[in-house]
Write a protein that binds this ligand. Structure first.
Ligand SMILES: [Zn+2]
Length: 239
């Protein structure tokens, strides 16, 4: 088992034409991930800075080819760059459709997407297909098989507000026999372990401050999940 961990971003993993790059994953700041193959480019969690990072790493034509965005949950550090990315795509005259996958019931995500549609409905050059995920149904996009799965995540207790469970997903991506699991933000949960076990790469958050944290995993918990995969990155670690 090989751990790949440093607090340094970007983190890169590649097997043949399956390429994954984590530009950033810092709690309360931003997560931004890109996954690509020879004929696809996906964004996973468009946190703040995602457009800048894509622009630095891909030619404009490739960015316009983004076909799918996968969002784990609606917290600001996972969707902060969504508006800018969607706007850039039509300013640059994207023509092909964009699918946005997200957990059903995420008020932040549905509100941002509704506002975006309201503001730009007459200008959009491309179609946005909203794919609110309600169950763990497997689907395929561009020869990549996607297995969404529910994870356990809560709002932070801020200013005395009671912590609430939020709609939150992890995703497993399988392409040409290779599998990548991204758990999103989650406490230790069976679903995550089940999906991670035997995968080629697991991207596991370790943002928990103590074992009593029901929202995130400690580094120790995250390592125990990561060890079930062939290789893993620990991300979303408090600095
Ligand atoms: Zn979160």
């Amino acid at each position: 088992m090989k751990k790949k961990f440093s607090n340094k971003y970007p983190m890169v993993w590649q097997k043949d034409d399956l390429y994954l790059e984590i530009y950033c994953s810092i709690p309360n700041i931003a997560t931004g991930i890109v996954l690509s193959t020879d004929n696809s480019i996906f964004v996973i969690d468009p946190g703040d800075g995602i457009l800048r990072d894509l622009y630095k790493n891909f030619p404009k034509t490739e960015i316009l080819n983004i076909s799918d965005i996968f969002i784990s949950h609606g917290h600001h550090d996972h969707i902060g760059g969504l508006w800018g990315l969607l706007t850039y795509l039509f300013v640059m005259k994207k023509k092909t459709a964009l699918n946005i996958h997200y957990p059903l019931g995420s008020i932040e995500i549905s509100t941002v997407l509704k506002a975006f549609a309201d503001v730009y409905k007459n200008d959009l050059t491309y179609k946005i297909n909203l794919q609110a995920i309600i169950d763990n149904k497997i689907f395929s996009r561009k020869n990549v098989k996607i297995y969404p799965f529910e994870v356990e995540h809560f709002d932070d207790e801020v200013l005395g507000t009671t912590s609430q469970k939020v709609p939150a997903l992890g995703y497993k991506f399988v392409y040409k026999g290779k599998s990548i699991v991204y758990g999103g933000d989650t406490a230790y949960c069976e679903n995550l372990v089940k999906m991670t076990t035997g995968s080629d790469l697991a991207i596991i958050e370790a943002g928990g401050k103590s074992e009593n944290d029901s929202t995130h995993m400690t580094i120790k918990q995250a390592e125990s999940v990561g060890e079930t995969a062939n290789e893993y990155f620990l991300v979303h670690i408090n600095e």
